[in-house]
Design a protein around this ligand. Structure first.
Ligand SMILES: C[S@@+](CC[C@H](N)C(=O)[O-])C[C@H]1O[C@@H](n2cnc3c(N)ncnc32)[C@H](O)[C@@H]1O
Length: 267
């Protein structure tokens, strides 16, 4: 399960995912709202990581609704369940593979953020999401278009980071430029009324920008396995990304995110 996933999971990645969640929060909430998420809905968050979006889904579903988060990584799920309990929301978490529907035809919404770009077979994962929603239910995914990560003023460290990130994800079978392919993938999975929007999330505070330094740290094993950089090059890259992040003049822009949704036909 998840053999292609390239970032260290569980506790090791919790701080990075929390920073990433903050960077993406406003755009994700707007996307979920445009996908129709509302009180009473039962939602599925595929590849939920530490459950930040699942918890937001559960909050938007009260009263009577709830969210289910699934992930391959058991340690992340424990963190997610603890956070949901602390937040007092109706979110439950289970270990499951994105390629298999956890239940068939029951969810109002199936969602995945930054998961499909890591998968060897994103179309199969999308088919599982389509199977999970009821007829008339919505499938919504957000994923990136690498090549558009940037700093203003420019920082060479971010160019190097995206080269190494791209080579690593591709080596492990993913597609870090999947964003613009998503509308066609959703249509091919049998969805109708497919709609797309692209967002470019800014990182203005040092706390937000450090998300990228943590990404470099947490991909170390898979970067080395892919021979996308040496250990010394990675140490140097991490220091340069961190320096650029701590420079109060820089604003980082996450790689462009494509938010795509479609509806399962009723008949
Ligand atoms: C980049 S993280 C994104 C986490 C979360 N969606 C978010 O946006 O905060 C990708 C997540 O997908 C999970 N994942 C990767 N491959 C998977 C698979 N085949 N089945 C289930 N989960 C998978 C990883 O364990 C990880 O938690």
């Amino acid at each position: 399960m998840a053999g292609e996933y390239t970032i260290a999971g569980g506790l090791a990645d919790a701080r990075r995912l929390a920073r990433q969640a903050h960077v993406m929060e406003a755009a994700t909430l707007a996307f979920l709202s445009s996908a129709g998420l509302r009180p009473g809905w039962l939602s599925l968050d595929v590849g939920c990581g530490d459950g930040q979006v699942s918890i937001a889904m559960a909050r938007a579903s009260v009263p009577r609704g709830r969210a289910v988060g699934v992930d391959a990584d058991a340690e992340s799920l424990l963190i997610a369940q603890r956070s949901a309990t602390r937040a007092g929301v109706e979110a439950v978490f289970a270990q499951a593979d994105a390629y298999r529907p956890i239940a068939v035809g029951v969810f109002d919404l199936a969602y995945a953020r930054l998961v499909l770009s890591h998968l060897i077979e994103p179309a199969a994962a999308l088919r599982a999401m389509v199977a999970a929603v009821r007829p008339g239910g919505t499938v919504a995914v957000e994923d990136l278009y690498l090549g558009t990560l940037r700093s203003e003023p420019p920082a060479q460290a971010l160019n190097d980071l995206q080269d190494i990130y791209g080579a690593t994800v591709r080596f492990h079978g993913g597609d870090p430029t999947i964003g613009p392919r998503l509308p066609a993938l959703l249509s091919a999975a049998g969805l109708e009324c497919v709609r797309e929007r692209a967002v470019h999330n800014p990182m203005r505070t040092v706390a937000d920008k450090l998300f990228l330094a943590e990404l470099v740290r947490n991909m170390r094993g898979s970067v080395l396995a892919a021979r996308a950089a040496s250990a010394d090059q990675l140490d140097d890259l991490c220091a340069r990304v961190e320096n650029a992040a701590r420079d109060p003049r820089t604003v980082f822009y996450q790689a462009r995110i494509h938010q795509v949704q479609g509806r399962r036909p009723v008949t």
